[in-house]
Design a protein around this ligand. Sequence first.
Ligand code: SF4
Length: 123
Amino acid sequence: MFHFAGASCNNCDIEILDCLTPRYDVERFGMVLVGSVRHADVLLVTGSINQKCRSRLLEVYRQAPKPVVVVAIGACGCTGGIFAEGNTFAGPVDKIIPVDLYIPGCPPKPEAMLAGIVKFLNK
Ligand code: SF4
């Protein structure tokens, strides 16, 4: 999986890192964070998407090998959250690229992220 942080406050990003620690150990589900989206089949998106990062998200999505599973994480990723009314807001993630999985929360706990990922894997 590759992690794209939009205009995030970084709390969702920290919770993703928590999933990678031995305590939550997301690697037991075969999920590893990679440094390039070209090596990923899951794209994690956190934070609201503003006008500045919109084009970067599109470029990252274009570079991802298809099919790629897009996961919108947190209230900001799912809807724009508290930034949705801002004048630089460029739309929730699913208005820019297709989203397969939504994990709400502000921030979602690691348990919620793992539950969402396991549900998706089972599907
Ligand atoms: S959903 Fe909440 S915790 Fe996550 S980036 Fe937005 S404001 Fe921060």
